[in-house]
Design a protein around this ligand. Structure first.
Ligand code: HEM
Length: 140
């Protein structure tokens, strides 16, 4: 991931941060619309959950230029997710919900280039997580 893309990610995430409470809740609304079966996996009150997700995304965005530091953090995160009942296929749904949320949250402020860079980041995160937590799954 080159510096131009990292900067696009950082600039767009900085625009989201002031409204991170609402954006986090919008993410879960989008997620449960895409797959209502996921809702019972989460606590009813999503305020804290949403804050944890946004903090983890902020940490990832910060460490995009230090992948050696980021990778072990997301590998551990992925292993915890196995205990939450998360399956490899869920990562695509979460990625789609994330992209929908960024589009809705940022509107025209999300350039095509930034959108593409976010897709790339999520692919990197989710592939790292799936490989760490489900060694038997072959990534495409
Ligand atoms: C890049 C992808 C993801 C990130 C950054 C992320 C982030 C987090 C964080 C920070 C937590 C708090 C607990 C902890 O740190 O272990 C958490 C919990 C959780 N996540 Fe994720 N997650 C991701 C993908 C997923 C996926 C694909 C699912 C599938 C539905 C999922 C479902 C859950 C559930 C069920 C919990 C526990 C809720 C509870 O407290 O009962 N996450 N996630």
């Amino acid at each position: 991931m080159n510096l131009t893309k990292i900067n696009l990610i950082r600039e767009s995430f900085a625009l989201v941060l002031p409204a991170s409470g609402e954006v986090g809740l919008l993410f879960y609304r989008n997620l449960f619309t895409l797959d209502p079966a996921l809702e019972p996996m989460f606590p009813k009150d999503l305020t804290q959950q949403s804050a944890k997700l946004m903090q983890m995304l902020a940490a990832a965005v910060n460490l995009l230029d230090k992948l050696d530091d980021l990778v072990p953090v997301v590998q551990q995160l992925a292993k915890r997710h196995v205990h939450y009942g998360v399956k490899p296929a869920h990562y695509k749904t979460v990625g789609d919900a994330l992209m929908n949320t960024l589009q809705q949250g940022l509107g025209d402020a999300l350039s095509v280039e930034a959108f593409t860079a976010w897709k790339e980041v999520y692919a990197l995160l989710s592939e790292t997580m799936i490989t760490a937590a489900y060694p038997e799954v072959e990534m495409a």
